[in-house]
Design a protein around this ligand. Structure first.
Ligand code: AMP
Length: 640
């Protein structure tokens, strides 16, 4: 091919090329300074070369703007080159994108604060997509932003190549790498944390993820990269450790104590796993609270309200609905329901599939199996979805998806809000069904809800506000920042309950059991603690040896609302030896079940004669699962 110009750009190595030019590659062009640029329309060959002269990558482009110098060395003289063909290396780099910095309405701690407070407790929203950390500062809850100004951290962990230089990246840096090596980037880990690998959820949803899921040491779900197994508690710990570091850099001191939030519908094992992740990250977890409860605390804080509210919390991966009664500092959860597999990423999936179908129709190529392209198109889909929260139409532009017969294949299209809403309407309907169920459990009519509070990034989609307004006859409130409310609420709970006497924050909070705890007896799962019971809760239950020949007292514990044992989640089993004589006299052993205010369960079974006691605690034992690597500052590449 005839080139009007050949340009060689020298870089020290791959890293410099990435750091300095990835943004150009994403944008699809570059400006090259030249006193005598070739004419518009000329073909240009750009080579990035190493100091030894060998080429790292080649790009072919065409001049779209040319300005010769009036005076030698003039800065603005040169050519604007639009890229036409990228080699594979350049194509992958083009996938880079800089995460947008979102505007923040909440007060943010950005400066170093001095007064060290030994009793301070941070609030942490460990989200499916984004995480956030907050602190009550001078009586006012504030988000702790990173030194680079980000107020949330993507919940993504990237595990680098094996070897001694192996790096674990977290947050924004992990997101950047995700597009290049999706199988190494662990995102959405919260969907599976604390869930047995054999569970229905993992079987149903596991294959949607680009990384490989595996069974961890204790039967819980883990991720496998390069043959190594990384427990999801470790993944959670990496994110928590990064947040801890953000706090350290911003505040200028170490923080130790935290209140961490979990979806309201999280079960005992999932809660235990989050607690364990906190411990691995070096945090002293004071309490776990439900996300919608935390959001309600942030909503009601300092406002002397007397209201019944519904918190509609639609995040990246989970949906929760909770109804709370707020009376000044007193907050009581009346009912809660949710779906751990319903969130913003499902909305992204719908748009992504539409885009792939379009690409296939126009170019005859199916890129659904190319992980790099899937990641790029998903990002574009998510961006379009967000644009549609403010505009009627979104522009979608993903350059260089691949090489077609007539040149590069670009994705260049638009998405109208009507189409987006029809693609995702059933997801919104599912959230509303959960809202109905929550109302029913609270024994309330929609007219008895004073305010509907929107939380979670996905609740920004206008269709959500419209559908809720139709149902409740009033516009829902956007009175709390959807990305910050949960962390702020957790910080308020931390300040009120654990130290920080000087914070002057007071709060009386009662949460409830989100699902019943049952014991299987004679083929039926009987509720020992009913759903909706205020926490902490305690109950006892008598266990008989079943048939005369049985020499054991056995209690299988389940979590759920079904009367058939197999339709619930098995939490574990406690056993005690019995004797036939005891069985014949039908002597009973007493089972005591306690659920802490965190929603963590402990069980004891006491022998009627010997006083021998068996316990079952869902809390994961220390060192189980063993972290592959202790999370340390050195492992983390932190923004700022
Ligand atoms: P969260 O888990 O609360 O951080 O929510 C993250 C989810 O909110 C992701 O699926 C985002 O794509 C989605 N999201 C964030 N901003 C918007 C927006 N402006 N419109 C629609 N969805 C959004």
């Amino acid at each position: 091919m005839e080139f009007g110009a050949r340009v060689r750009i020298r870089v020290a190595g791959k890293k410099e090329l990435e750091d300095r030019y990835a943004a150009n590659l994403s944008a699809g062009g570059i400006f090259i300074r030249d006193d005598r640029p070739p004419a518009v329309g000329s073909k240009v060959l750009i080579e990035f070369v190493l100091p030894d002269g060998s080429a790292l990558c080649r790009i072919e482009g065409k001049v779209v703007r040319a300005k010769p110098a009036d005076v030698a060395g003039e800065k603005t003289a040169g050519m604007g080159v639009e890229f036409m063909q990228l080699d594979e290396f350049a194509r992958q780099l083009a996938a880079y994108r800089t995460p947008p910095k979102e505007a923040s309405e909440t007060k943010v701690i950005e400066e170093l604060t001095d007064a060290a407070q030994a009793d301070e407790v941070v609030g942490i929203d460990l989200g499916t997509t984004n995480s956030c950390i907050a602190l009550v500062h001078n009586g006012s809850p504030q988000i702790i932003a990173s030194m680079s100004g980000f107020d949330t951290l993507p919940s993504v962990v990237f595990v680098g190549d094996k070897g001694k230089d192996k790096k674990v990246l977290t947050g924004h840096k992990a997101v950047e790498r995700m597009i290049l090596e999706p199988a190494r980037a662990i995102y959405g880990a919260k969907r599976f944390i604390g869930r047995p690998f054999v569970s229905r959820e993992v079987r149903t949803f596991g294959h949607f993820f680009h990384y490989e899921l595996a069974e961890g040491q204790n039967g819980f779900t883990a991720v496998k990269i390069d043959g190594e197994v990384y427990p999801l508690e470790w993944v959670g710990a990496c994110i928590l450790a990064h947040l801890k570091q953000i706090a350290k850099k911003t505040l200028g001191r170490d923080i130790k104590k935290a209140v961490i939030t979990v979806p309201a519908y999280f079960g005992e094992t999932q809660r235990a796993a989050v607690r364990h992740a906190g411990k691995l990250a070096g945090l002293d977890v004071q309490r776990l609270i439900s996300e919608p409860t935390a959001a309600a605390v942030a909503f009601g804080f300092g406002r002397a309200l007397d209201k019944t509210i519904l918190v509609y919390d639609l995040g990246g991966g989970t949906f929760d609905a909770s109804i709370l009664k707020i009376h000044g500092d007193r907050m009581e959860v009346l009912a809660t329901d949710g779906d751990a597999f319903l969130g913003g990423s499902d909305f992204d999936d719908r748009v992504t599939e539409l885009l792939f179908a379009n690409i296939e129709r126009s170019n005859g190529v199916d890129y659904r199996k190319d992980p790099v392209t899937v990641q790029r198109v998903r990002f574009a889909a998510e961006l379009a979805k967000k644009q549609l929260s403010e505009a009627k139409i979104a522009m979608i532009d993903v350059p260089y998806i691949g090489q077609g017969t007539d040149g590069p294949i670009n994705l260049n299209t638009t998405l109208e809000v009507e189409l987006f809403e029809s693609l995702t309407e059933d997801l919104v309907t599912r959230t509303l069904q959960i809202v109905e169920n929550t109302l029913k459990m609270a024994g309330l009519k929609s007219s008895q809800i004073d305010e509907v509070v929107l939380v979670g990034g996905q609740s920004r989609s206008p269709i959500i506000g419209r559908r809720l307004a139709e149902r409740f006859g009033k516009k829902p409130s956007r009175g709390v920042h959807p990305d910050h409310a949960v962390a702020l609420g957790a910080a308020i709970v931390g300040a009120a309950a654990f130290g920080q006497a000087a914070s002057k924050v007071s709060l009386d909070l009662t949460d409830i059991l989100p699902a019943a705890i049952r014991v299987a007896q004679g083929g039926e799962a009987k509720a020992v603690l009913e759903r909706g019971k205020p926490l902490p809760a305690e109950a006892t239950f008598d266990i008989e040896t079943s048939a005369g020949k049985t020499k054991e007292f056995v209690a299988s514990l389940y979590r759920g609302d079904a009367s058939k044992p197999e339709e619930n989640e098995l939490l574990g089993q406690v056993k005690l030896p019995s004797t036939i004589a005891l069985a014949l006299t039908k002597t009973k052993a007493t089972l005591t079940l306690k659920v802490s205010e965190d929603g963590l369960m402990s069980v004891t079974l006491k022998h009627p004669l010997t006083d021998e006691v068996q316990t079952l605690s869902v809390a994961l034992k220390e060192g189980t699962p063993a972290p592959i690597d202790m999370v340390s500052d050195a492992d983390l590449i932190v923004e700022g």
